[in-house]
Design a binder for this molecule. Sequence first.
Ligand code: EPZ
Length: 417
Amino acid sequence: MDRLRIQGGRPLHGEVTVSGAKNAALPILCASLLTSDTITLDNVPELRDIGTTLALLGRMGVVSQRGPDGRVSLCAADVHSQEAPYDLVKTMRASILVLGPLLARFGHARVSLPGGCAIGQRPVDQHIKGLAAMGAQIHIEHGFVVAHAKRLHGASILTDMVTVTGTENLMMAAVLADGRTTLENAACEPEIVDLAELLIAMGARIQGHGSDRIIIDGVERLHGATHQIIPDRIEAGTFLCAVAATGGEITLRQVAPNTMGAILDKLREAGLQIECGPDWIRATMHGRPRATGFRTSEYPGFPTDMQAQLMALNTLASGTAIITENIFENRYMHVQELQRMGAEIDINGHTAIVIGTESLSGATVMATDLRASASLVIAGLAAQGETTVERIYHLDRGYERMEAKLQALGARIQRIQ
Ligand code: EPZ
């Protein structure tokens, strides 16, 4: 398994281009199932999870082509299977996002239950509840979600909690349903808006996306479209946490600052000087970061996908930070690894108390999940001495060529096969 070797203690300087958003690209790739026409996507990041999704869609008969500079085209004219097998789904939970489109276009689907992952048990009961409300006969057998629907009909659906992929699955099911569907308590993430914009370009009738009430009026069929994936706000936030931890000055290109309000607020509170343009951010860090407490919440609140990265920054800050993880029940797997590097962190249920220390010491640590890996890289970049991060296939799921981008910023980091 690959690992990253980092010589810490060097400030970051230079420019980096942020990739397309993983969590927008994943549902959008699955939306290709909704039409027999070709959809063409730009700014698709080169990530393990993208490869897994293309392989899953390919198993069903979707023909996809990856062109130069992030262009991917997909055609679902000859789909011959509506099954998502366990061997692929177990590697990526987001595979559940084929359920809605398969039901909407083909009237049946057999999708392996994703199972849990390091950060929590990750149920899909809200996806199932919503599809059943739209008329699907849906049950679970032998670890699969098995669903049938002659034609889905519109429904008014209130999910028990805000669910990002739940909102996405139900939106994709509703675009071809008979009648109007209202999603209450819908997720407001920018990735939801990006998916809705693609669906509208394909001929769907959607309003309210970006708010907690989305209205979809079903149509008979959807046609092809071309769409550019929005920038990845979490990758951008990760690089900002890195420069806040190491010091220096970096410029991020091809970002969307207007989707990063909570992230930018917290990093300014930590002492990072941030200047924003329409699609760029310049960040400068002098001196030691200030402790910055936060609690994760649904968009537009502080994103859970940035919790581990801002915790890493807080381990070096002057002062004590109180962190509360409100979205997932077990998203502190990075803590014991950071403690191996000298971090002082105390966990009490959903709350972590981080007492900043002058410095961290490099160590060999193990990645456990995607964003935990990113927090260990940030800690390694700032630590004294050498850090080796093992099992970085977790990192490769959501970050495109992370070490190459950091090398371009002056970091001493290399991938060890
Ligand atoms: C999406 O996961 C993201 N993944 C996650 O990013 C992100 O952390 C999460 O949203 C929260 O923002 C993708 O978009 C592919 P949820 P998702 O459904 O949709 C509970 C990353 O690092 N819940 O919004 O699976 C659930 O257990 C990944 O890129 C139910 O109980 O998250 C959780 O506690 C990690 N029943 C909460 O809701 C359901 O049917 C929010 O989950 C659905 C969710």
